[in-house]
Design a protein around this ligand. Structure first.
Ligand SMILES: Nc1nc2c(ncn2[C@@H]2O[C@H](COP(=O)(O)OP(=O)(O)O)[C@@H](O)[C@H]2O)c(=O)[nH]1
Ligand SMILES: [Mg+2]
Length: 355
């Protein structure tokens, strides 16, 4: 899974990237290379998987997230194409919003105002989608004049409806797609359809004033606040010192982004993990919540999906408390499920398939 970090210049994108990936890329007031790109892959920590791996005495293979830290985009300049490409690559988008004050780092719009920047960025993203949809619509109109297939006409009608939706300044995340419509536009990677987190980078003085901007995930969009520089500094201290400083700043309940970010993104993006276990490896796989056993099988290998017979399913905790597959089978806790079974977060799935 890829998460793309983006935002206006000097908002703390690279600082966040370093926090999340434990890299040490240069964070700077001055250098402003527009084309810098940092990438790093990190494991998704999962104590359930670690315990299963210990049980089997096999190496745990954690799920992975790749972070892309894009170079800065100017205020109102999102359509720069290399930039949009990086956004399209993301399965989810992380918009870093300037929330800290520092007279030495001027804001391109003249003042620090996260609410304004969030709205501004939403509109820019919507505009990008509108423009790419416009191109597609024009192409469809030419093609329809030539061939007039019903399929093209339906796509054209959909584009018109979606453009109307975008014109009302609403992201595609909020459009009630039918399954057919969703599959029609899947290949376009529209930006306003991607899950999005607006992450306000505050400092110890501004943090409290942004609390009421926080929004829990709704339609795969959320607003969160963190203190990038302060958190980086606190993480260098030991736990007791941290507590003292946090109390001093009135941040006793502060949630470290480094600890909470992955969990929150999984929730935002409606993701879940299932596990495969065995003598070779104990491994976590990422699926969407509600995915069927058949789709889960396809995450591992298309052969397993094609030859799907049944899935043996048990929750990770039931597995550990019964002590193994044969005990679980005897107790009737190991279930046999079919293709349509919806796999739940934390289940061990063993696929039986025709080779
Ligand atoms: N005071 C303060 N400064 C920050 C914070 N986050 C980033 N900065 C400063 O903002 C500048 C730009 O940070 P950087 O991560 O390189 O921003 P980017 O251009 O978005 O990648 C650096 O001088 C950082 O030290 C923060 O939370 N508080
Ligand atoms: Mg940077």
């Amino acid at each position: 899974m890829i998460l793309t970090i983006f935002g206006y210049p000097k908002t703390g994108k690279t600082l966040l990237f370093n926090l999340l990936t434990r890299q040490r890329e240069t964070v700077s007031k001055f250098s402003s290379s527009h084309n810098e790109l940092h990438q790093a892959v990190v494991e998704v920590p999962d104590s359930r998987l670690a315990r299963l791996a210990a049980h089997f005495d096999t190496p745990p293979v954690f799920a992975k997230i790749e972070y892309l830290d894009t170079g800065s985009m100017g205020y109102g300049e999102i359509e720069n194409s290399t930039f949009v490409d990086l956004l399209r690559r993301g399965d989810g988008l992380v918009h870093i919003v300037r929330g800290f004050t520092d007279p030495e780092i001027p804001h391109p719009a003249g003042s620090v105002n996260p609410r304004r920047d969030i709205n501004h960025m939403e509109s820019e993203i919507i505009a990008v989608d509108f423009i790419s949809m416009d191109k597609r619509r024009e192409k469809l109109e030419t093609d329809i004049r030539r061939s007039g297939s019903r399929d093209l006409k339906e796509e054209h009608e959909l584009m018109l409806r979606l453009q109307e939706h975008l014109e009302a300044n609403r992201p595609l995340r909020e459009y009630p797609f039918t399954e057919i419509e969703a599959s029609r536009i899947k290949g376009f990677s529209f930006l306003s359809q991607k899950p999005l987190i607006h992450l306000i980078n505050a400092d110890e003085n501004t943090y409290h004033q942004y609390i009421d901007l926080i929004r829990p995930p709704q339609n795969q969009c959320a607003v969160q606040v963190f203190c990038g520089r302060l958190e980086t500094e606190l993480l260098e201290l030991d736990a007791s010192e941290r507590t003292v400083f946090q109390a001093e700043y009135g941040l006793d309940a502060y949630q470290y982004i480094r600890d909470s970010f992955i969990q929150n993104s999984y929730e935002l993006m409606n993701l879940a993990s299932f596990f495969t276990v065995g003598p070779d490896e104990t491994r976590a796989w990422t699926i969407a919540r509600g995915d069927s056993a058949w789709i889960a099988a396809g995450k591992i290998h298309s052969d397993i999906q094609q030859g799907f017979i049944r899935a043996e399913v048990i929750s990770w905790s039931d597995f550990l408390s019964t002590g193994g597959f044969s005990q679980a089978k005897e107790l009737g806790i190991l279930r046999l499920e079919g293709k349509d079974y919806r796999v739940k977060d934390g289940e061990i799935v063993h696929f039986r398939f025709n080779k």
